[in-house]
Design a protein around this ligand. Sequence first.
Ligand code: AMP
Ligand code: MG
Length: 406
Amino acid sequence: MISVEEALEILLSNLPERRVEQVGFQEALGRVLAEDLIATCDVPPFERSSMDGYAVRAADVINSPVKLKVVGESRAGGEIAPGIGAGEAVAIMTGAPVPEGADAVEVIEQCEIGDDAREVRILKPVRLRENIASRGSEAKAGAIVLAAGHRVGPAEIAVMATFGYERVKVYGRPRIAIFATGDELVEFYQTPRPGQIRNSNAYCLAAQLRLIGLEPDYLGIVRDDREELRRKMLEGLERDVLIITGGVSMGEYDFVRDVFRDLELEILFSKVAIKPGKPTVFARRGEKLVFGLPGNPISALITFECFVRPAVGRLCGMTAPELPRMHGELLGDMRQSPGRTAYMPAWVTWRDGGWKVEPLLWKSSADIVGFAGANAAFIFPKNRDLLRKGEIVEVMLLPDFFVRQR
Ligand code: AMP
Ligand code: MG
């Protein structure tokens, strides 16, 4: 059985080319840039005052307090002010061009304005270029301001507006289909008869995708029937990525693997040393990726985060879509039978100067209720059978970690 790391390596070396598309710059929010954006002009485009005050010649105010003659005003968006000579100053506002001849801006707090505003008394010397942002000091025309691979957030949108980018190239979003398998499944709006349960996995996986910014097509519940599975798989294969839950274990009615073979999918791995989630299957057909995730709710959730996220995140252009990890102190003894890397639900908080990992009680990989309070999963190394209270363990933060409350 391959390890989680080996499975990831196989996965990442089997990803198709990413699609690129052009979108309006505001629609680029949350997407990944597929082109370098260059500065289309200098920023600032002129010598810009960063304070309200008076534009002066630094040499004139070395022996301040001194009186200067006010020869004009420069305000943002106003007329260009006249240049200044020795003994002269121009009243200036934040964001306004510094007039010719001036080489510093004295802040308003160090200026006493004369009665008729034609004179100003400068109280303190100012350094050469103080409070002046020189032309091109933030970006020189032609320089790369946002490199391809950059994920677009609010500040990047502002950069695009600054340089007049109306449309930009971003990586496409993969189209994703999900279906659930199992004769026992009914939908959430139905009342299960004896022996039936409601399908929860399809909705959990869809929610996990939505947190990455992807909206999947849900294709419904498929019975444990080879022909029905085959038809639904063909429908799912019209998308870029197909995610199936259930039917990958070793039971009499677990037909997903068989149908993968019927459809001549290339099975790249079909068992991983992970707990929960051992029977996870990853296959491809040409450019299409197919994931067969186990039916147990936590298995589906964890294998999505460990395998589906790294793949679909990269298809969206992300360079590191994996969930962040950190170390924390385990607050209780934990046991497991060794052999597989285990992911166990935890509540992680910052307390007394360190991250604390509180293991949550859960019954099994079927126990979605027990998992529902977790903000992280701590990782039980596969060669260990006991982790002691006080040990430092590795934790994988769940995608909504930073906004979770309890
Ligand atoms: P399977 O992987 O099909 O053998 O299913 C393993 C367990 O997960 C069984 O107890 C199923 O009833 C349950 N299960 C399968 N699919 C789902 C689903 N979509 N939602 C909730 N539970 C499921
Ligand atoms: Mg099943």
